[in-house]
Design a protein around this ligand. Structure first.
Ligand SMILES: Cc1cc2nc3c(=O)[nH]c(=O)nc-3n(C[C@H](O)[C@H](O)[C@H](O)COP(=O)(O)O)c2cc1C
Length: 468
């Protein structure tokens, strides 16, 4: 089956670019003109080889134009850096948290269009094997779709969008990892038979970011996407759902009551999630796509995975901490696999602000394991400054908070894992802010401040070119 062979009657499709819609192709063009995009023309195999190339070129958006065994090109690494999200959203990297917080606070209903590029081609037969699912690591259970975004409708709370890794079983079926207690798992528990599903593959960074967010259940993540950038939707052909009109591929079907073995798989922590779980089977009844469609890959455990997991949690932590004190910024650190560790920056106005900020951070991101709270004079993006604050402002007997037997991310290999149950862990917070009540009173606070040498112009002191 070759890409674009099977045209349905030529429908008038809306030229989304006129509406300033950022689709995957638009983003690739932007990344190219910004000098970030790398095009790989040499034939590459989705079985292990492509993941190795993506890993070796980590941080760069890539377009594979010659994919062995498939007629479709493959894009990867679109979200492999804060600068790429900033490029997609038209802001500076350090403004990302505030753009996301703004979008979370001021959501917008996406417009609905009658016909869309994602339905330019309706495949007469369903054959998932024509899509270049990558096998990423030799120990993985098989070929997985890892940048696929799932659209469902919860009977009570409405539309929901999220990621599920999907292991291809055959031409019509996949098995998906559906983490207990999240939106899709909850919706499945509310319906008797199969749950209608649509899966979008080939989406721009702002839609991927919104899909990775975990707002309140009644919040449709697509309204966050629309607040970030225009995201028109179209009705699916065979299921009562709506999907981004600019998606490259849409797979329509059902999450069934049947289960299959899912895993092992290398996940966010870069370690094998060795548990083989019985997980829901997704059955596909209809595939539509754009002409010359581009498939999207995402390296599990890679930077893109980490940023997509961590970045959307910064605004939710920021919002939660701001409910109890004056939060200035939040950074989910790459060292904590961009999921388990955070640094929270506050402007302290009271003795308990540090402790309250820490407790709020765990509410703002329930999978958070460790958090360090610092004052506004500490650069949270500089790990040395954060360590300096711990070294000079933190006393374990006074400022260490440990919370035992807490709900945990299933991704933490050190957590207590019981199949079918939420994992459990201990959580820890370090209040590394200047102590409020110091024995010798507020005057002592000065002792905690880093002294800075007055700035000088070095050119006044060294010969040009002798900058060492
Ligand atoms: C790249 C990526 C892969 C993910 N894979 C899965 C997965 O396989 N299963 C899952 O349940 N959640 C996965 N997630 C997390 C959910 O998509 C995410 O937490 C989402 O926000 C859940 O939303 P909900 O709480 O509204 O359901 C993944 C997230 C990202 C960014």
């Amino acid at each position: 089956m070759r890409a674009g062979d099977h045209r349905t009657k030529d429908r008038q499709t809306i030229r989304l670019t006129d509406k300033g819609v950022m689709d995957l192709r638009g983003f690739l063009a932007k990344a190219e003109s910004a000098g970030h995009l790398l095009t790989i023309t040499r034939p590459v195999d989705p079985y292990l080889e492509m993941a190795r190339v993506i890993g070796a070129l980590e941080g760069r958006p890539l377009l594979f134009t010659n994919v062995k065994g498939s007629a479709y090109r493959v894009a990867a690494g679109l979200c492999a850096g804060r600068h790429l999200f900033a490029l997609a959203l038209g802001c500076e990297p350090e403004e990302l948290l505030f753009r996301l917080a703004e979008a979370l606070a001021h959501r917008q209903p996406p417009p609905l269009v009658d016909s869309a590029p994602c339905q330019e081609v309706v495949e007469p037969e369903v054959d998932l094997r024509a899509l270049p699912f990558l096998t990423h690591w030799p120990g993985d259970a098989g070929p997985y779709a890892t940048a696929a975004v799932t659209f469902i409708e919860d009977p009570e709370t409405g539309p929901s969008m999220s990621f599920h890794r999907l292991l291809r079983l055959d031409e019509r079926r996949m098995v998906g990892r559906v983490v207990e207690g999240r939106g899709t798992h909850t919706a499945l528990g509310k319906v008797r038979g199969d749950l209608p599903v649509a899966i979008g593959i080939g989406l721009p960074p702002h839609v991927l970011l919104a899909a990775a967010m975990s707002p309140a259940p009644e919040v449709d993540e697509l309204t966050i996407a629309q607040a970030l950038a225009p995201t028109p939707l179209v009705r699916c052909r065979t299921v009562p759902l709506r999907v981004p009109a600019a998606a490259e591929f849409v797979l329509e079907g059902r999450i069934t009551r049947r289960t299959a073995a899912e895993g092992p798989f290398v996940d966010l922590t870069g370690t094998y999630d060795t548990l083989v779980r019985q997980q829901p089977v997704f059955e596909i009844d209809c595939i539509t796509h754009r002409r010359e469609a581009i498939y999207q890959a995402l390296l599990p455990g890679g930077l893109e995975h980490k940023l997509l997991m961590g970045l959307p949690r910064e605004p939710t932590i920021y919002a939660a901490v701001n409910q109890v004190c004056d939060c200035r910024n939040v950074y989910i650190t790459p060292g904590g696999t961009s999921w388990l560790h955070a640094v929270v920056q506050i402007e302290k106005h009271g003795p308990d602000d540090g402790r309250r900020a820490a407790e709020a951070a765990f509410r703002g991101h329930t999978s958070l394991k460790h958090v360090v709270v610092v004052d506004s004079d500490v650069d949270i993006f500089d790990p040395q400054q954060v360590e300096w604050a711990i070294a000079t402002r933190f006393q374990a007997a006074r400022d260490l908070l440990v919370f035992e037997d807490q709900p945990s991310s299933s991704l933490d290999p050190s957590a207590e894992q019981v199949p079918g149950r939420k994992a459990r862990t201990s959580k820890m917070a370090l209040d590394a802010t200047i102590p409020w009540d110091t024995p010798r009173g507020p005057s002592e606070a000065k002792a905690f401040r880093r002294v800075a040498l007055e700035l000088i112009d070095i050119a006044d002191y060294v010969e040009a070119g002798d900058k060492g």
